[in-house]
Write a protein that binds this ligand. Structure first.
Ligand code: BMA
Length: 397
């Protein structure tokens, strides 16, 4: 082949991942459904220009309301629901009717199907109980006791006993059956709805039974890989993309820790971290916004090296206590250099209802809140996408 043809061929290949071209990225599940593959490609494509804004439990409740048709705090302010919906499957494993934050699984299912049919994107986390101590879980729900014995926050060591040959292997397999059964009901017109599954998050924190103070990286990685294989290969779920989001880089001794717990390129589609304190200077940084932006650049770089999609797994400032947090801190960090902004999405944590749940525990403002107009400005930035701004995420670009 003449040398100039080889050069043209190589230039073509190297352009594949850039905006305007069809991304070559494929899920770690070789049998992923067409819509799931399309979702991953669309996230990869979109992140060069835009970021999807997401909200946990968006449709279930807001600070001042609960269980109202077609309502979300994001929509109350902006006129659109968020582009991304986070839900948590904690307590599906114990066959509860409601998840750990008192949302009926039946409702979660319906909100997922409706959001998908409107074009929204879904991500699921799983605050699963501790298999060793689950029997001690309090029967009565108390929103202020979310860290109760038997819960995800019960740090009794257990991973070794979940893995093959361990005392709780059967229990865990049964829990995976329950999880898979629920995910199997997430369909629209007979097709499975693509889900970004984000299990075992914040591993580098010290509050969950799977996290760094009780688990070793080997155990964590084995648990992750076992879970992916169990869902994908044994239970035949082919609508999942897997997201790895440890706790913020800013609480790590070295950013290599992110990679120390990383389950591997063959087990992860999306990488990110959860961060609640950097932007407002909670770790004592002199220039917190710059620090956050540096961390994002590092993440984007790592993702691009591995052909993974970078995201912010969870963030927010409790009670949105700084009025311009969304534009002057979050958006500023994202925009302060082109690399930091190449993220597919950012998920804000939930807006707990002030009457029935925790008070002042919300991460998106609501109408009348002092941060309302700043949040609206944030969502009106051309970079930020809400549900109404989304292209078709489920048809391959
Ligand atoms: C935490 C808090 C808790 C909640 C848990 C799981 O961050 O919001 O109130 O129970 O997440 O959603």
């Amino acid at each position: 082949m003449p040398i100039f043809l080889i050069v043209i061929f190589m230039i073509t290949i190297s352009c594949v991942n850039e905006e305007g071209k069809v991304p070559s990225i494929t899920p770690v599940d070789p049998d992923a459904t067409t819509e799931t593959r399309a979702l991953l490609k669309n996230l990869e494509k979109i992140r060069h220009d835009h970021i999807l804004f997401g909200h946990q439990d968006a449709m279930a409740y807001g600070v001042t309301w609960r269980d109202e048709e077609n309502r979300s705090d994001v929509k109350d302010i902006t006129g659109s629901h968020p582009a991304l919906y986070g839900w948590d499957l904690g307590h599906i494993e114990i066959e509860a009717e409601k998840n750990l934050d008192e949302v009926l699984f039946q409702d979660i299912r319906n909100w997922i199907i409706e959001a998908y049919e409107r074009g929204g994107v879904i991500t699921l986390s799983w605050h699963l109980n501790n298999p060793a101590t689950v029997d001690e879980l309090p029967e009565e729900h108390d929103p202020d006791e979310w860290e109760a014995t038997g819960s995800s926050w019960d740090t009794t060591p257990v991973i070794e006993e979940i893995l093959p040959g361990g005392e709780y292997e059967e229990v865990y397999n049964d829990w995976l059956d329950k999880l898979a059964a629920f995910i199997n009901t997430l369909t629209s017109e007979g097709a499975s709805i693509p889900i970004i599954f984000r299990p075992f998050h914040e591993v580098t924190g010290h509050w969950f039974w799977w996290s760094a103070q009780v688990a070793t990286p080997e155990e964590y990685i084995a648990l992750w890989q076992y879970t992916v294989e169990a869902l994908r290969d044994e239970r035949g779920l082919h609508n999942l993309l897997y997201a790895y989001t440890p706790n913020t880089l800013n609480e790590m001794d070295s950013w290599d820790e992110f990679l120390k717990w990383y389950p591997g390129d063959d087990y992860v589609d999306i990488i990110g971290f959860d961060d609640y304190y950097t932007l407002q200077g909670g770790y004592g940084d002199d220039q917190p916004v710059e620090k956050f932006s540096e961390m994002l650049s590092w993440l984007v770089n790592e993702a691009e090296k591995r052909d993974k999609v970078p995201v912010i797994g969870e963030t927010g400032l409790e009670a949105v206590a700084i009025d311009d947090w969304y534009t002057n801190l979050l958006l500023e960090a994202i925009k302060s250099n082109p690399e930091a902004g190449r993220l597919a999405y950012v998920l804000a944590w939930r807006n707990a209802n002030e009457e029935t749940d925790r008070k002042d525990h919300f991460y998106v403002p609501y109408p009348g809140h002092p941060a309302e107009s700043d949040f609206l400005k944030f969502t009106e930035d051309p970079m930020i996408l809400l549900e109404n701004d989304l292209p078709d995420m489920y048809t391959s670009p």
